[in-house]
Design a protein around this ligand. Structure first.
Ligand code: RAM
Length: 361
């Protein structure tokens, strides 16, 4: 469930808090549907790993992120490109401009026709992509889910940025700390079908039910669809509809940046807390102007990097996706595959005014 040795994703810095790595839990609104496949890897159910197999060169790996017009995506796939450069593989990037449930299906079908060796996918919906991913597996293509999981029987491994439990816990704790444990809060999420956001929100709901958070009331979960304008409008709508709102927590880099932009130029600045998951470069100005006190993330480039190493290890027969298998991911070191093919990158980092200038992504 955890990497063999835990490490920070970014250089340690004063005031930086490494969040607790806890048990991982996958799932979300569609999790019951998504998990019915028995957990067999898409293409490797009967295969046996050969840990001594040399890594192949020339592996063709295509990255299919949630959407292309998202700065987070650009950072993620840059790590994949760097890793495939190190591995002498063949990097490709394709993807839709929106993160709607079925927007990735036609891309998967094209990648099958192109006979890619590995597809790396951040699934916009755990199930909508499944039939195509199964066809890819039948064609001998390895499937690495990263960032946002596909249903477990439709991929070989899942690169999780941090444990789902740890991310959900940290989102609630940051929010509670910012509002002194009291008041109405709202979540501004990505799309309603996103596997990763839905899994984090489930953990948040469980956390909010605990006695230490009894002063917090979740009044609304809104969806900005990982679209900047839609997220901006949703933030505005939340603040108008819920006059007692004390915080908006947005577990998406698009949502938190749009919320911070709205709040920073409104009368809510300094009165309503904004937190969630954001990139330091997008959030810097809102931390500097006092709109945002703290937020969290991991280094997205490391997700793409780890996904590429996992993909080439799969294509080389070094791993099959079974629990307990190990492989080395270049500069990130050795990883052990956890339950249900999950590979956890490492703990996220909390950013604030003291440390944000030490990060550039
Ligand atoms: C957005 C996407 C992505 C998520 C980050 C935190 O960029 O929804 O899937 O991991 O936010």
């Amino acid at each position: 469930m955890q990497p063999r040795r835990s490490r920070r994703l970014v250089a340690p810095a004063a005031g930086l808090i490494a969040l607790t790595v806890a048990l991982a839990a996958c799932g979300g609104t569609s999790k019951d549907d998504a998990n019915t496949g028995g957990g067999a890897p898409a293409g490797g159910a009967a295969a046996t790993a050969n840990p001594d197999a040399p890594l192949k060169t020339g592996v063709k790996m295509a990255f299919l992120p949630k959407q292309l017009n998202n700065p987070y995506t650009d950072i993620e796939v840059s790590g994949g490109e760097a890793a495939l450069g190190e591995l002498k593989g063949d990097y490709k990037l394709v993807g839709p401009n929106d993160a709607s449930a079925s927007s990735q299906v036609s891309y998967i079908n094209t990648l099958i026709q192109q006979q890619q060796d590995v597809i790396g996918i951040a699934a916009n919906d755990p199930n909508a992509v499944c039939p195509s991913l199964k066809q890819a597996a039948q064609a001998g293509i390895k499937v690495v889910a990263f960032d946002s999981d596909a249903a477990k029987d439709c991929r070989d491994v899942f690169i999780n940025q941090a444990t789902t439990q740890g991310i959900g816990e940290s989102l609630v704790k940051m929010t509670s700390d910012l509002v002194g444990g009291q008041g109405d809060i709202a979540i501004l999420s990505a799309t309603p079908n996103a596997t990763n956001q839905n899994a984090w929100i489930e953990v948040m709901k469980t956390e909010l039910a605990k006695p230490q958070y009894s002063g917090l009331k979740l009044v609304k979960i809104a969806y900005g669809n990982d679209d900047d304008q839609a997220s901006f409008q949703q933030a505005q709508g939340l603040l108008q509809s819920y006059p007692n709102l004390k915080a908006i927590v947005s577990p998406t880099t698009v949502g938190i940046a749009a919320t911070a932009r709205y709040v920073s130029s409104s009368s809510y600045k300094g009165k309503v807390a904004v937190t969630g998951l954001g990139t330091p470069n997008q959030m810097r100005e809102y931390v500097k102007d006092g709109t945002v006190k703290q937020f969290a993330l991991w280094n997205p480039a490391d997700i793409g990097y780890l996904a590429a190493y996992a993909g080439v290890a799969l294509a080389s027969g070094q791993i099959t996706g079974a629990e307990g298998e190990t492989f080395t991911a270049g500069k990130l070191g050795e990883y052990t595959i956890g339950k249900d093919g999950e590979i956890v990158l490492g703990p996220p980092t909390v950013f604030d005014a003291n440390n944000i200038d030490q990060f550039d992504f």
